[in-house]
Design a protein around this ligand. Structure first.
Ligand SMILES: *Cc1c(COP(=O)(O)O)cnc(C)c1O
Length: 238
């Protein structure tokens, strides 16, 4: 077990969290939406389990991680907290079953190859895993892009929907670096409209991070994934 967080660290997280909750409330008010329509997922990657404990104590219910080994260890260390764990990172098919063993929500499903191992992992755990399809908002051919092409969503959605232990909940996206987030999220909203025509119950839309959550909420995000605005800046190395 790691050392508990210091009182100073706890105060810092509490202050940051209050600021982020206020930003969400303001963005919802501006968009004519209810704050209860937007779920805050605090992204805890790079930060210790002791910070996760502080977050749980401050009323956070959902946390996000993007690297399998780190996520697996932290989820195990924090198993007593009853948190919902979101996996939001690039997923390798040979790790997908292991991710489904602890993740309650897998937000980064972007290709067909992931569906069978996720289903296997969820079945072994005897608990359904909630799935979001990650859609790319990058221009075609962009470097290092993550996410399915909008045109590939239908087949991916069908495969998830047919899996006994996976629940298709909706879409996830990241605004492209350096691009106008308002335009990117407007594109996402249009993609979601088409998607909902086929999957009307898959209403979750995970979009928005520390720097652009207001734009995402305006475009209909139901989940925002916020890391640095709550926990501070991360080391630059990936
Ligand atoms: C790290 C990460 C976030 C959080 O980013 P911040 O800018 O720190 O809020 C959100 N979504 C994904 C997919 C991430 O990898």
């Amino acid at each position: 077990m790691s050392q508990p967080a210091t009182a100073g660290r706890r105060d810092q997280i509490a202050t940051n969290l209050a600021t982020v909750r206020e930003r969400i409330a303001t963005a919802c008010a501006d968009a004519g939406r209810e704050p209860s329509d937007v779920q805050l997922v605090v992204v805890t990657k790079f930060f210790p389990a002791s910070d996760v404990r502080v977050l749980a104590d401050l009323g956070v219910t959902d946390v996000g991680e993007n690297r399998h080994q780190e996520a697996e260890a932290k989820a195990a260390e924090c198993a007593d907290l009853g948190l919902r764990w979101h996996f939001i990172g690039g997923l390798q098919s040979n790790k997908a079953a292991a991710v489904a063993a602890y993740a309650d929500v897998v937000e980064s499903v972007d290709r067909l190859k992931l569906v069978a191992p996720l289903e296997r992992g969820a079945e072994r755990r005897e608990r359904a895993v909630e799935v979001l399809l990650q859609v790319s908002l990058d221009p075609p051919g962009a470097q290092g892009r993550a996410g399915a092409e909008p045109g590939d969503l239908a087949a991916l959605a069908a495969a998830v929907a047919e899996s006994d232990n996976l629940r298709l909940r909706g879409l996830m996206a990241v605004a492209p670096l350096g691009a106008d987030p308002a335009a990117a999220f407007a594109r996402l909203a249009a993609i979601q409209r088409d998607f909902l025509a086929d999957h009307p119950d898959a209403t979750w839309l995970s979009a928005g991070m520390s720097g652009d959550l207001e734009h995402a909420i305006r475009a209909g995000a139901t989940h925002v994934r916020v890391g640095s605005a709550v926990l501070g800046s991360r080391p630059q190395v990936k």
